[in-house]
Ligand binder design. Sequence first.
Ligand SMILES: *[C@@H]1O[C@H](CO)[C@@H](O)[C@H](O)[C@H]1NC(C)=O
Ligand SMILES: *[C@@H]1O[C@H](CO)[C@@H](O)[C@H](O)[C@H]1NC(C)=O
Ligand SMILES: *[C@@H]1O[C@H](CO)[C@@H](O)[C@H](O)[C@H]1NC(C)=O
Length: 461
Amino acid sequence: MLTKPFFPRLFLVLLLVLPCLFGNGALGRKMTLVTREVRIQNSGEIYVVIFDAGSSGTRVHVFRFDENINILPINGELDVQAKVTPGLSSYSDNPKEAASSIAPLLEKAVNTVPVKLRLQTPVKLGATAGLRLIGEEKSEKILHAVQILFSNSSLWYEKDWVVVISGTEEGTYMWVTMNYLLGHLGNEYSKTVGVVDLGGASVQMAYAISAETASNAPTTGEEYISKHHLRGTNYNLYVHSYLRYGQDAARAEILKSTNDSVNYCILSGYNGKYKYNGALYNARSSSSGSNYDKCRENVLEALNLNANCEVQNCTFNGVWNGGGGAGQDKLYLATAFYYRAADFNIINSKAGSGEATPADFKRAAAVTCALKSQEEASTKYPNVWTSNLPFVCMDLVYQYTLLTSGFGLDDEKSVTLIDKVKYGDFYPEASWPLGSAIQTVSTMSSTKQEAKNMFRFWSHA
Ligand SMILES: *[C@@H]1O[C@H](CO)[C@@H](O)[C@H](O)[C@H]1NC(C)=O
Ligand SMILES: *[C@@H]1O[C@H](CO)[C@@H](O)[C@H](O)[C@H]1NC(C)=O
Ligand SMILES: *[C@@H]1O[C@H](CO)[C@@H](O)[C@H](O)[C@H]1NC(C)=O
């Protein structure tokens, strides 16, 4: 009877004393975690700071959540952002300068978080394509300089939170973001949507599969499946990132085989060069101009559909297709899929999202491939950037072929092209940092449970 009223006070004293007792080492870290978790319990709100270090610039996002992982606005904004250019990879020979270039972003993030919550606010940095490309030695030095910068801030920082993230992780976070914003996260896997994200360097396919399909996944070679616990539900996620099949990279793949001849995907009258990842490709049109059928043959070849399929059921280039299923029934297509669909009037370019079918891409491709000059193309499609005009036939034929021959979609399957998702009164951009923040908060919540269990253990000891 004595212990009951005594309980809360003991709890508090324990929390104050423990970090002092175990100041160092692995145990010390765990203890600090415990105090943080309990503080989270008390304040009822959690801030997370995510840096997206891309090739052209670095952007910081500050998110705020309640205990149930509902996103809460900060001063009327769902996602407080700031950006600096150029990207970290531009400072490849000066890591210190790379770190100081993002110091203003860190300062802004710190100032966004209330003073009393700073110590329990995780700060993470995920570097994508830019740092992947400059090689490990240089990127390690840059990341180290950023780690020093972060360790000196008043936010909660751990060394392994400043890393290069893989295309697979990017695809995973993107899936989390999309399903979260659409209100599906926490539903069983069959009530979630699949996400196809066509970036510049790679394209990611991500969807949830059944436990049974996951148990039949190929066990040799790469790991296609990861397990996640999000909003109280366990998911088996199939994610694959196809490097060299992003929109910019695919152009290089398509031009490679015609470097010494004309290319039927290039718009009439163009005779130039295409630069990608340090290599130069000739981009020469035929005297008869672009041609849908001949371009498509070229694209099919670039997809490498006849690659050896060592696992059953491949998409292209020898990659396992994930087994399909209900998690892939509804597909959301992002980034370059959305931009091209908007630029070529496949969807309403003023809306943040729209429905279409692969056949719509095919029809649009047939129209662009029949254009006779860049002038004609720019008159008809005023939103297309000048540098993209020679490639209007190629890009659309590629997207159509990727969806159908590559991913096996039916011509008439309805898909959603998406840039911004309606979320209450907000239209946040669907990008990976929010998914990373949600995963961080989900992990913190389960740690909170662990902390409670740990306390139970001590109180009995
Ligand atoms: C650490 O932060 C303090 C102020 O917050 C600053 O004066 C100092 O220069 C920083 N040190 C490093 C190594 O960045
Ligand atoms: C394409 O040909 C040009 C010469 O016309 C050469 O400089 C370039 O390296 C070639 N590119 C590839 C990828 O082979
Ligand atoms: C391949 O597809 C068949 C037929 O749809 C299915 O029965 C089998 O489980 C699949 N195998 C894998 C590894 O996905």
